[in-house]
Design a protein around this ligand. Structure first.
Ligand code: PLP
Length: 281
């Protein structure tokens, strides 16, 4: 297992065991910060600009200082140069920005590079059993409540992680959040794509994270003869779909193989979608 690598925005590599965050950092004590994460494959970072743009958007939504783009690029370049790409050809880069110490002080910013875990890679092949969980709100309601940070990739992921644990305890691998109205939302760390009558449909992005993997799919799918469209998907659409996937920057895509314990069909578009997203099993 390749050890994680850590870089600061001046481009210096720091031992990951060295403390770089103060105990009173608001990112630690309040989850008050933002992050973004993307795949780096053999040194090539996927959609770097889109991830830096989203980090900046998230920071704006939390009224954090704007991220130092050049600094993040310096840190990424240093990590890419130091990583052993033969030992671990795929890694996830996490760009972190917190509000810094409670009493004031500079924002905390760093990039962490970690090998893509074997279990995540395996899910590209084996797929994921999904549990539907109520998220407690509707996307379009939350979209008008900026204090709930819709669309921000904040460090407050405890609910998302709790949902994932709940699914694991109940024999599933992952979660699809559903609104009280029955609208389908997103996974705790992923976006839903369904094959409905040969068209790739994904929930409207009200109140959920704008996925960069989805952006890539929308951009590149037409050349492969696939169409992608946002639609107000509801629970019943799961039953009429020919199959579906959870997509995200690290795992890229995993087919949904079961929903709430019931086997789910494999879409005839599976291989085409994997080709478009360049998913390596
Ligand atoms: N939705 C949530 C809540 C996420 O955390 C993520 C990714 O981590 C996604 C969707 C998928 O976004 P992306 O494709 O940009 O990784």
């Amino acid at each position: 297992m390749t050890a994680p690598l850590l870089a600061l925005l001046d481009g210096s590599i720091v031992d990951v065991a060295t403390p770089i965050v103060r105990a009173d950092d608001l990112g630690v004590v309040r989850g008050d910060g933002v992050f973004d994460a993307t795949l780096v494959r053999r040194g090539a970072l996927r959609d770097a600009d889109a991830h830096l743009d989203r980090l900046a958007r998230s920071a704006r939504l939390l009224a954090l200082p704007q991220p130092d783009r050049d600094g993040y690029r310096r840190a990424i370049d240093a990590l890419v140069a130091a990583w052993d790409w033969d030992a671990a050809p795929e890694a996830v880069a996490r760009l972190v920005l917190t509000r810094g110490p409670e009493g004031g002080g500079p924002a905390t910013a760093y990039v962490l590079l970690q090998a893509l875990s074997a279990s995540v890679i395996a899910e590209r092949t084996s797929g994921v059993r999904v549990q539907l969980l109520d998220r407690g709100f509707d996307g379009e309601v939350v979209a008008s409540m900026p204090w709930l940070l819709p669309g921000a990739k904040s460090l407050s992921y405890a609910i998302n992680m709790a949902a994932r644990r709940h699914a694991l305890e109940h024999g599933a691998d992952d979660v699809l959040f559903v609104a009280p109205s029955g609208r389908l939302l997103e996974g705790p760390t992923s976006t839903l794509v369904l094959d409905v009558d040969g068209e790739l449909l994904t929930p409207e992005q009200d109140g959920i994270l704008a996925s960069i993997t989805l952006e890539q799919l929308e951009r590149d799918a037409p050349a492969a003869g696939l169409t992608v469209r946002h639609a107000p998907l509801v629970r019943d659409d799961l039953a009429r779909a020919r199959g579906g996937w959870l997509v995200s920057s690290g795992r890229l895509a995993a087919a949904i193989t079961a929903i709430d314990g019931e086997p789910y069909p494999a879409s005839p578009l599976h291989e085409a979608l994997f080709r478009v997203l360049e998913v390596h099993a």
